[in-house]
Ligand binder design. Sequence first.
Ligand SMILES: [Cu+2]
Length: 501
Amino acid sequence: MLKLSGLLRKMIYVGCLSFLISILLFNNGSAYAATNQTFIRENVYTFMQSPEKIAALKKGIEVMKSRSDTDPTSWTYQANIHGTDDRRTLPAWNTCQHGSFFFPSWHRMYLYYFEKILRKASGDTNLTLPYWNYSDSQAQRSLPQPFRSPADNSNPLYVSQRDVGINNGNALPTRDVNYNLAFQSTNFLSPSLSGQSFAGQEVSTPTHFRSPHGRLERLPHDQVHVDVGGVDANGASGWMSNPNTAALDPIFWLHHANIDRLWESWLKLGDGRADPVNDSDWMNTTFSFFDENGQQVQLSGKDIINTVEQLNYRYDDASSSPQASVRTQPTDNASSPPEAVVKTQLIEPMSVNNKQDSIELSDVPMTVRVPLEKTESSEDTLITEPTTKPFFIKVEGVEYDPNNLVPYEIYINLPQGATPDTESFYYVGKLALFAYPQGSDFSIEITDIVQELQRRQLITDDTISVTFMPPRQIPASRTMEEAIPQLQGKIRFRQVTITRD
Ligand SMILES: [Cu+2]
């Protein structure tokens, strides 16, 4: 009895002790959770329902903008890490990774520290970067309203260096936001000189600009950059079209949060989709950034694979349902806006011999007839083969002015006299030369369009015509005559070919 009660006392004592310990642990645990909470990156269309969240975002940007451009936590310094024309060479400037398998990982690291800086600057310890999901609903294909209104300097989310239509709330073209091609890839990386993978080609060292780009980078990433940059009110391309200015536009960060989210969604599709954890270059190559205290920090691939465990954030929606197939209607002149009809008269498809030295785009739509190669085994053209291998339009040896990237629209087999319409199935995408080295080849995949044209029996001979349409948007302050000469010779290339991977 005595022994038992002693044991009982001991048990009560131990019980109390463990209760005390559990209180201590609980408190300690709460404190731990507060500093290591999982931040949830929200869809901006949800985020913007909260005036407090939008206010915190604006405050953070304003505070960052008020800092000296040599302060690593300033708006300009952070943008210059991506790229800048500033000739000074400050630590980490001009280090963005484009055209290789470092594309998704470098941008994840970049956003991670930017978000910490923004959060601290805002004074809101819960502020988390929202993302712009332009792909999954028509209603969210427009630039979120707080980024375009009020359209003046009082609004730190607004910049005038954007496409006039985008700043007016026009929707991004459906085709430009389609991530199906990216999601179809089950391989994260592809061999050197191949962009046929989710993330891009394998490289052994950091690579600022390179081509070809991987599938996620090409679409939707590059297309959205050039759509948002577009043609601004001065008739020039906006900030988002150039890697050296892109991150100055607040929407850049929401665009890249979405690209980062798509990486998570892609992984969830499974079927062999995985990060290249066995690739030591991808895992161990270190990149420099600055934290919220202005201290230089380094991250490598192995540090950023698990966003929840390693970086304390996740997305409110990283579902992996494949995007509904984009099937658009043939062009209908009757439903086209009047200005487009006017421009249609400019179409004088010229037959350009693609063996010429160079082709120069201008203010006149240009159509290049591209012969289809014969296969070795038969007299059939490539186009009549079963479309198992992807088709590309390849624009070879492109030279362009990065400070005024004219967003030419590309169409294939556009009927003569038809109104170019980015929602028609003739539309391929923009000549989106974002972060392409001068003289490199630009490729855009057209497999699904070729299939559609075949199904409609609209490919009738051994050629495909590729039309480059200059932007039809005429800035309000200018007449067409004033705006057009600026386009002359801004983009030139060696030739256009149709290739298969
Ligand atoms: Cu980007």
